[in-house]
Design a protein around this ligand. Structure first.
Ligand SMILES: *[C@@H]1O[C@H](CO)[C@@H](O)[C@H](O)[C@H]1NC(C)=O
Ligand SMILES: *[C@@H]1O[C@H](CO)[C@@H](O)[C@H](O)[C@H]1NC(C)=O
Ligand SMILES: *[C@@H]1O[C@H](CO)[C@@H](O)[C@H](O)[C@H]1NC(C)=O
Ligand SMILES: *[C@@H]1O[C@H](CO)[C@@H](O)[C@H](O)[C@H]1NC(C)=O
Ligand SMILES: *[C@@H]1O[C@H](CO)[C@@H](O)[C@H](O)[C@H]1NC(C)=O
Ligand SMILES: *[C@@H]1O[C@H](CO)[C@@H](O)[C@H](O)[C@H]1NC(C)=O
Ligand SMILES: *[C@@H]1O[C@H](CO)[C@@H](O)[C@H](O)[C@H]1NC(C)=O
Ligand SMILES: *[C@@H]1O[C@H](CO)[C@@H](O)[C@H](O)[C@H]1NC(C)=O
Ligand SMILES: *[C@@H]1O[C@H](CO)[C@@H](O)[C@H](O)[C@H]1NC(C)=O
Ligand SMILES: *[C@@H]1O[C@H](CO)[C@@H](O)[C@H](O)[C@H]1NC(C)=O
Ligand SMILES: *[C@@H]1O[C@H](CO)[C@@H](O)[C@H](O)[C@H]1NC(C)=O
Ligand SMILES: *[C@@H]1O[C@H](CO)[C@@H](O)[C@H](O)[C@H]1NC(C)=O
Length: 576
């Protein structure tokens, strides 16, 4: 096991505070079915515990040929990866000339495209996944759609086609605009939108009721109160929890064979009122597990615990720095002694937006909805801070440690609810990927070389922060080595904490068929811009093959990420 020593300290704390877990209310009724089910805190397939490493490929149903879909799934499968998460939505407000689309959402009405450039593409992915022994997580909508309209298929300030970026598949804000409404959270509360969205889910879900290769229907990617359209003041954690419960019940009524999951980022609200309170632990403590058999039990995450763990980690980092002679004080010097400043003290006494419901998400309450099969969360440190930065370790190590704490905290929260836990997406932007990186609330790449001026027109405070903290260096992102070290730590931390599934973001595939106006476009490798009719210059013919969309997280065989994932496949299998 190659995880940091402080990580194991977390587990001992976690186990020390353990109480009996509440029994799962969604335990599957088909213990030996080939459908994925759950039993307590485990996934079960064919009567056996199932743990997995997965990858994301939101663009899979947009590929131009069946061979491309087949080859991609074959490459993924060859690493031992078992689960692929992708977008099962592709909403437009005008029927596009080229490319895949699933649903037309226009002026308050919706219609589904079940043709060969519509849901039949998704059918192909599911059939081929089944043939290759892979499971698919179908995500049904997106919190993020920072485009005014899809009819401008080439968004402002970049030349990326529709479906290239993960946030250019429609989603909540497209519905809100096309239903003539104004706030993001009307997606969750407006009756007409709810009816239409459930109509869409009916059409998708009823196609796959009998398919063994559906891992789960994921209600939404990263649901929150806010997006590009602002949330209203009335949006609370209860708004979003209620929406999840309503849509999950609807899906289970059509398809009782498959799990439903949330797709939230994992934000908690430790002190919020719960719509689905945890049932109190049974009075007599459960007998201790047999030696060598670890039993994951935990209490709900508390603010006190988060603050204690953060200060413990800070103390360990300080000790290590002292030994190394590199100690950095981060407070102020008063009468010759370093004391922490008032702001620092306040920071260390509050848990911050990850745990206080700021996003309108209470992931524990959502996980505890009876129709939600497992707990899920995400980890994207380039777009979200996961804890205070410690001056005694390098920026990338802060990312690594805060990410590892996020993972253990999420494992504990899932255990308190008594359900399996999956990390449905994690990624770090490397220096070589930085020029391609487009934040999910944005339409342009801030670190693209032709876009440097965009740095100062950031849309979110966090983007500005991440630039400022980039150490005035001109290069954004971690090195490839730091990326693979961090991924190794996170994967090992997740496996040791008992995560049942860990899904990397995202797969990169080359040698795909390119077509103009689709997610894989022919690359025009002209060195010089040729003017039509200018003598002696013939434009280079466009390439016929291309690479899968890269939003800044794509990894292919040229980096070590695939090896790291391959090792994790062995690690998580050994843990099952
Ligand atoms: C479950 O059983 C089915 C039918 O025998 C088989 O095709 C599938 O690969 C099995 N799944 C797992 C994860 O073992
Ligand atoms: C996919 O498989 C092909 C054929 O085996 C191989 O040449 C290629 O390198 C693989 N690509 C990736 C990204 O793994
Ligand atoms: C949108 O729908 C409304 C009400 O159904 C209708 O009055 C209006 O003409 C429609 N607008 C367009 C552009 O189709
Ligand atoms: C439901 O979807 C079908 C198929 O696209 C469509 O004909 C119908 O109008 C939709 N109903 C609602 C209420 O959106
Ligand atoms: C597509 O949906 C329409 C309307 O629901 C239906 O009449 C048609 O048979 C469907 N076509 C296919 C290929 O499933
Ligand atoms: C959408 O586009 C319209 C017209 O160009 C513009 O007035 C409006 O501010 C835009 N809205 C957003 C949220 O960008
Ligand atoms: C594109 O970006 C430039 C520079 O940041 C800005 O001045 C311009 O208004 C943007 N264009 C559009 C169409 O948004
Ligand atoms: C997303 O961007 C818009 C402006 O483009 C901004 O108003 C909004 O606050 C941002 N939302 C989040 C959650 O970052
Ligand atoms: C939504 O954004 C507004 C500002 O645009 C902010 O005041 C509010 O706290 C945000 N709410 C949530 C739930 O993120
Ligand atoms: C791998 O991805 C990088 C970055 O996107 C790209 O430059 C390179 O061509 C890709 N290599 C292959 C073999 O796909
Ligand atoms: C590229 O894809 C084509 C079509 O699927 C296939 O025939 C060819 O063998 C592939 N080449 C490589 C190097 O994988
Ligand atoms: C659609 O495809 C055609 C044929 O491949 C191509 O000529 C055209 O440019 C594409 N349209 C767009 C908007 O990309």
């Amino acid at each position: 096991m190659n995880f940091l020593p402080w990580v194991s300290l977390f587990f001992s704390t976690l186990l020390a505070t353990a109480v009996a877990a509440t029994p799962s209310r969604t335990a599957t009724r088909r213990g030996s079915s080939s459908f994925v089910g759950t039993s307590g805190q485990n996934f079960v397939v064919n009567g056996s515990t199932f743990k997995y490493i997965g990858t994301n490929a939101y663009w899979l149903p947009t590929l131009n040929t069946n061979d491309d879909i087949w080859n991609t799934l074959a490459n993924i499968s060859s690493l031992g990866i078992k689960v692929v998460r992708l977008w099962a939505f592709n909403d437009v407000d005008t029927i596009p000339v080229n490319g895949t689309w699933f649903q037309l959402v226009q002026n308050g009405t919706v219609s589904v495209n079940n043709g060969s450039n519509g849901l039949q593409k998704l059918d192909t992915v599911i059939q081929m996944a089944e043939q290759q022994g892979l499971y698919i997580i179908l995500s049904l909508t997106n919190n993020w759609f920072p485009f005014n309209t899809t009819s401008t298929s080439i968004p402002a300030n970049n030349s990326l086609t529709r479906n290239y970026l993960s946030n250019n598949y429609g989603g909540m804000d497209l519905y809100v605009r096309q239903f003539g409404l104004e706030t993001h959270d009307q997606f969750y509360t407006n009756d007409s939108i709810l009816t239409s969205f459930m109509n869409y889910t009916t059409q998708v879900v009823s196609r796959y009721v009998n398919s063994p290769s559906i891992f789960s229907y994921e209600l939404a990617n990263d649901a929150r109160c806010n997006s590009t359209l602002p949330g209203s003041a009335t949006c609370t954690t209860e708004t979003i929890t209620t929406w999840h419960a309503t849509v999950a019940a609807h899906i289970r009524s059509i398809d009782p064979n498959h799990l439903v999951s949330s797709g939230v980022g994992g934000y908690m609200c430790t002190d919020c009122p719960k719509l689905y309170p945890l049932t109190p632990p049974p009075a007599p403590p459960a007998p201790s597990p047999a030696p060598g058999k670890k039993k994951r039990k935990a209490t709900p995450v508390t603010n006190k615990q988060i603050i204690r763990e953060r200060s413990e980690r800070k103390r360990r980092n300080r000790e290590a720095a002292k030994l190394a002679g590199t100690l950095v004080e981060d407070g102020v010097r008063i009468r010759g002694r370093w004391v922490s400043s008032a702001t620092k003290r306040q920071q260390s006494e509050t848990v911050g937006s990850l745990y206080d419901g700021s996003y309108g998400v209470d992931s524990q309450d959502i996980s505890n909805i009876p129709d939600i099969g497992f707990s899920s969360f995400q980890l994207f440190p380039d777009q979200q801070s996961y804890g205070p930065d410690d001056p005694n370790i390098a920026p990338w190590q802060n990312t690594e440690q805060n990410g590892a704490q996020w993972i253990t905290t999420q494992a504990q929260s899932a255990a308190a609810v008594g359900k399996p836990a999956a990390l449905t997406g994690f990624g770090l932007v490397t220096q070589s990927n930085a020029p391609a990186f487009v934040p999910f609330n944005s339409t342009s790449a801030p670190f693209a070389s032709d876009n440097r001026e965009m740095l100062f027109e950031k849309t979110t405070p966090f983007e500005v922060l991440s630039i400022l903290s980039a150490n005035s260096s001109t290069t954004y992102g971690v090195t490839s080595q730091q990326q693979s070290d961090t991924y190794t730590t996170w994967l090992n931390t997740g496996i040791a904490a008992g995560l049942n599934g860990i899904i990397q973001y995202q797969w990169g595939q080359s040698n795909l068929t390119a077509e103009p106006g689709t997610s894989v476009t022919p690359s025009t490798t002209t060195g010089e811009v040729s003017t039509p009719g200018s003598p002696g210059q013939t434009p280079t013919p466009p390439e016929e093959t291309g690479e899968s969309p890269n939003d800044g997280y794509s990894t292919n065989g040229t980096d070590t990420v695939q090896q790291v994932l391959g090792s994790a496949v062995q690690g998580i299998a050994a843990d099952s």
